[in-house]
Design a protein. Sequence first.
Length: 334
Amino acid sequence: MGNKSSLGLIRVLVPVLPLAAASGMIGLNFIDSSVFEISFFKRKFSRYLIFFFIIVVAQVIQPWIQLPIPYKFNESDKVLISALNWIKGEEYFKKKIFYFDVFVPFYLNLNPYDTSRIREGIINKKYPERDTKIGDVIVYDTRYAPIEGGLQLEVFMKNPFFQLINYFSPIVEEKTLNERAYEVYIFLRIDKSKEQSERVLDSIKAAKYLNAFSIPIPESMLIQGNSEFVDICNLELNQKARIDEKNILHISFDFTQFSGDLSNVGLCMSFEKQDSIIAFFSVPIDHFLERNSFDQFIRSIDANRLKIFIWNMDKKYISLRVENISAFLAKKVY
């Protein structure tokens, strides 16, 4: 189990195992059939012994095929590991820790059955502060906590009894099974506070971008017509940009007005050198209707010019007004 997004969870194993056992009986009955009544296979004991040996070998080999050693951590694994390494280096490691991803206690080298030290999930979904004590730490991940844990992020973000103390996300956005961006939030159970976690989150997110180089572009734009291309920025990348030290191109803006079909309209980023395109990226413009920012991962790009533009592929009439436009190159960390 654990393949094809099943994750090997108990709720998946419970309905599947009885069916797997029933299916296995078909194989056992097949061994008893007349097909195998040849030479040394005539003895039923020999047949069962050989097939039992095959099954044992398959069970031993299968985990090594599914999870080859050394195990390669994916982006979400690296995010959670960064969060846990941070906890291990802080005084919060001495506190009781609540978690939702079963990887947590093993990486922290804590006994998952010692509930005085670490505990999976929170029983009181409506009032989690009643199930926790002042000083407790909650490791909230957007993969398991909303579904397996039954707790939405807003329960903690808008709760005065919990303070957001750190936040971790992939360098490039990664979706979970519930189509949410994978993120890890670290909350501390406190007495009570009027401080809004949303404001704290904005500050923490901003601190994840190091050595930011701001790209000079208009703060607002009105885009109207059916032109195929509309330039936003044409920037020469000089020594100050130090693109070789950056890994992210961050762009954000707010739609204040739009009309027309935006299905084939994209925001494009072109890195060029001596009129040759070195790297080209695009994102559907309607992405910014749901989220007002976008991070494009860039790495080892040897370019001296950056162009940002709107590409209206079908040359349809569109009308867009965008405000608070911001763009910068930076090194983003977990």
